[in-house]
Ligand binder design. Structure first.
Ligand SMILES: O=C(O)CCC(=O)C(=O)O
Ligand SMILES: [Fe+2]
Length: 229
C-alpha cells in the first residue's frame, strides 16, 4: 500500500467482499496516485511515439510496471486459475477457465477482474497508461479517457492455448469513427516460445466492405479463420 491517508472505500458486493468497480480512482495499492499536474505531463509520449502509433497501429515494449508491481499483480492471478477460491467471481462480466475446451490447449479468459482485487483495479488507472491514451484517441489533441473494460488472457506453461488472429476493433465497434484503443499489459515475459502476442503493423487499416474484419470465432480457437492472401 503506497497511500496512507484515507484510501477510497469500495462498496461491498457481498458482506466482506469489496467491489472495486465502485472506486473511481486508484486505490493506491499498486502505485502512488499522482497529485501534482506537472507529473502527468512528464508521462506524455513523444511525437515520434505517437506518429508511430498512427502509422503502424501499435507501439511496443513500453515499460509500465516495476518487477515488484508485476509480481504483486501476478500473485492475484491465483484466483483466475482456480488455485485459490475468490468469493467475488460472480462480479466478473465473463469468466472462462478454458475457452478452448481442450485440456491440452488451455486459454483462461476473463473480463471484469478489476472488480475483484485492488491491484487489478488500479492497473487501468496507471498514469503511464492513461496519459498516452489521452494523446492517442484523436491525433494532435489531448482528450479525456474512459475505461471500457479489462480482459485477461492466460496461457498456462506447457499446455497453453492460442488466441486466434483478430482485430480488436471487430469486437468493439461501438464508436464510429473509432475512438477507443487496446492497452495490452504483459505480466510475464513474452517470446515466440511461450505464446507471446503477434501484431501485423498497419493491420489496423484492414477492412472488408468498409467494415472491420469479421469476427469468425468468439472462442479465438481457429488460427486459420483470418488469413493473409
Ligand atoms: O495475448 C494474446 O494472445 C492476445 C491478446 C489480445 O488479443 C489483446 O490483448 O487484445
Ligand atoms: Fe485482441
Amino acid at each position: 500500500m503506497y497511500r496512507k491517508m484515507s484510501p477510497p472505500e469500495p462498496k461491498e458486493f457481498l458482506p466482506g467482499v469489496p467491489d472495486w468497480s465502485t472506486v473511481h480512482e486508484p486505490s493506491g495499492d499498486l502505485f502512488k496516485p499522482i497529485t501534482d499536474k506537472d507529473d502527468w505531463s512528464k508521462l506524455m509520449w513523444t511525437e515520434e511515439q505517437t506518429s508511430k502509433f498512427w502509422t503502424d497501429g501499435v507501439v511496443t515494449n513500453i515499460p509500465l510496471l516495476s518487477e515488484e508491481q508485476c509480481n504483486r499483480i501476478i500473485n492475484d492471478y491465483k484466483y483466475f486459475t482456480g488455485e485459490v477460491e475468490h468469493p467475488g467471481m460472480d462480479m466478473m462480466y465473463e469468466y472462462h477457465s478454458n475457452q478452448s475446451g481442450d485440456p491440452n490447449n488451455v486459454l483462461i479468459h476473463c473480463l471484469g477482474h478489476w472488480r475483484l482485487t485492488s491491484l487489478f483495479h488500479d492497473l487501468p488507472f496507471l498514469p503511464q497508461i492513461v496519459v498516452p491514451a489521452s494523446q492517442l484517441l484523436v491525433p494532435d489533441k489531448q482528450t479525456a479517457v474512459r475505461f471500457w473494460h479489462d480482459q485477461l488472457f492466460a496461457k498456462p506453461a506447457k499446455h497453453g492455448g492460442v488466441v486466434a488472429w483478430h482485430q480488436d476493433y471487430s469486437y468493439w465497434i461501438r464508436t464510429r469513427p473509432m475512438m477507443h484503443l487496446t492497452v495490452h499489459v504483459a505480466l510475464d515475459d513474452q517470446s515466440e516460445e511461450n505464446g507471446g502476442i503477434y501484431y501485423i503493423p498497419k493491420s489496423h487499416t484492414w477492412t472488408r466492405d468498409g467494415e472491420p474484419l469479421p469476427v469468425l470465432d468468439f472462442n479465438f480457437k481457429d488460427m486459420e479463420s483470418i488469413k493473409v492472401t
